[in-house]
Design a binder for this molecule. Sequence first.
Ligand SMILES: C[S@@+](CC[C@H](N)C(=O)[O-])C[C@H]1O[C@@H](n2cnc3c(N)ncnc32)[C@H](O)[C@@H]1O
Length: 159
Amino acid sequence: MDRHHWDERYAEHGLVWRAGPNEFVAAELGDLQAGRAVDLGAGEGRNALWLAERGWRVTAVDFSLVALEKGRQLAGDLPVSWVCADATTWVSSVPVDLVVLAYLQLPAEDLPADLDGFDLEVLRADRVARRVAAPEGDEPHRGQHDRTAWDALLRVTRR
Ligand SMILES: C[S@@+](CC[C@H](N)C(=O)[O-])C[C@H]1O[C@@H](n2cnc3c(N)ncnc32)[C@H](O)[C@@H]1O
């Protein structure tokens, strides 16, 4: 989907994604000492906001202005910078301690191989199950059953 499609999707009433952080983001990053973080493909900022609440200074990057504006309104005084840019070419002007990519669909067959050439240690490279609850009320696809989504989880750290 290009940025215009994402803008249309985010123009829906309410949040497209749930308000809390993604469960794997929370599980993997909850113990880290706060520093400076970048959330690439941040959407409405659920993970960026969660990090900021834990003391991180966060830059949330997305190419959908509509999504970023929703995030900005949720953020209040939290230390999040909202940057409208293509995550595949944007470069941080300052060193960062953490980069999060959560459900940023990039054309990548093999994530670890994409990181070849960087001095990184792979801490975790797994296929992980996530329960997706069936929609309620008059949401689209109601009547479907709860189901399992399979995510690719990659956690790397600088050596
Ligand atoms: C599935 S959503 C996930 C949003 C957020 N990470 C989350 O977990 O709630 C994917 C997001 O990536 C953004 N996106 C996709 N390709 C992008 C690109 N090349 N540059 C910046 N943002 C991009 C979309 O606008 C969308 O907000």
